[in-house]
Design a protein around this ligand. Structure first.
Ligand code: ZN
Length: 337
């Protein structure tokens, strides 16, 4: 059995999607032609960096497994085939499926953009599971995100973040640090004693083997804990806490969502700030339910250009609904979970 690419990202049974199979069939290597700079990955990377790459074809007759005629038959030009979109949308590559965890696909349709799970859709189509949630829209996903951002960087959630930052500064990890240091010293004494006793020919080292292994293992973990504590501590300065507490990230987040910087930059920030963004249910037509988890500490660190001090998450469940009536009127409701 050959699993499709990115199978590790999805839960449950995995399905090959038509576009993936199409990409394989379209690879010229099977008719014995290697195209340097020909992969979609190379082209996308070049486009992002605003570079032009030139494709060069090399004949590799040893790698040929199908005739040129057969390859051409499998790759006839299809008129009007929809181009894959999403690359220019900041939210593409951010939203996951609530059922199987696959990345949701964004498809442009007339004036709007739909959002759905291609993996579950394919399962549904080929007679696998029937948990396909269905289609939502990019507008609904964006509204859910905006609603959450409004909660994450205002009111209680922001107050809680400020309190946590302050607490880190005030108490510091002094107690924990002292405990770890004391235990490491104790372990050193124990180890020294065991080593000395094991040198005694009347006793021998067999007797202490278990104790020695246990003490060495504990010493190793305690040292690692102490190192982690010290490195985290170096980020927590009065200045960085003050900077992270003083900024108002909401305005910047809104600008981000409106796509002011380039889409891929927004995507990078969103991926760090949002630890979960899932389309979880579609109770009826025109109603989408999303679940999102944010790490507000990442947002304030990013905006103030300091290191992350607090990585506590905050989660919401948001329902975005509309009706068939036009013009479209959205209703967004949510709660903290
Ligand atoms: Zn899915």
């Amino acid at each position: 059995m050959v699993l499709p690419p990115c199978f590790h990202r999805c839960r449950g049974k995995i399905y090959w999607r038509p576009a993936t199979v199409h990409r394989i069939l379209a690879n010229q290597i099977y008719k014995g032609i290697f195209v340097w700079n020909g992969s979609a990955f190379t082209k996308a990377k070049a486009k992002r960096r605003r570079k032009k790459v030139e494709e060069v074809e090399f004949e590799r007759p040893k790698l040929l497994i199908v005739s040129s005629e057969l390859w051409a038959d499998c790759n006839q030009k299809v008129k009007g085939m929809a181009a894959r979109s999403g690359g220019k949308y900041p939210l593409s590559g951010v939203i996951h499926c609530g059922v199987c965890n696959a990345l949701l696909s964004l498809k442009k349709a007339k004036n709007s953009c739909s959002v759905h799970c291609p993996q579950c859709e394919q399962a549904n189509r080929v007679g696998g599971h029937h948990d396909f949630i269905g289609y939502s829209s990019l507008a609904a996903a964006k509204l859910a995100l905006e609603w959450c951002l409004g909660k994450v960087f205002t009111g209680d959630v922001l107050k809680e973040l400020h309190a946590r930052l302050q607490a880190r500064l005030e108490s510091g990890p002094e107690g924990e640090k002292a405990d770890l240091k004391r235990r490491i010293e104790e372990l050193e004494v124990t180890l020294h004693r065991i080593k000395r006793l094991s040198l005694d020919p009347d006793i021998g080292d067999e007797f202490f083997k278990k104790d020695l292994t246990a003490a060495l293992a504990e010493q190793k973990t305690k040292k690692a804990q102490l190192d982690a504590l010290l490195s985290r501590e170096s980020h927590v300065s009065k200045e960085s806490v003050a900077r992270q507490s003083a900024i108002d990230p909401l305005a910047l987040m809104r600008r981000l969502l409106n796509g002011e910087p380039e889409a891929y930059k927004v995507r990078a920030t969103l991926r760090r700030l949002i630890s979960k963004f899932k389309f979880v249910a579609r109770p009826t037509r025109y109603v989408s339910v999303y679940e999102l988890t944010f790490i507000p500490g990442v947002g304030v660190a990013e905006v103030s250009e300091t290191d992350v001090i607090d990585d506590t998450g905050v989660s919401f469940r948001v329902t975005v609904s509309t009706t068939a009536r036009r013009p479209v009127v959205w209703v967004v409701e949510g709660e903290r979970i």
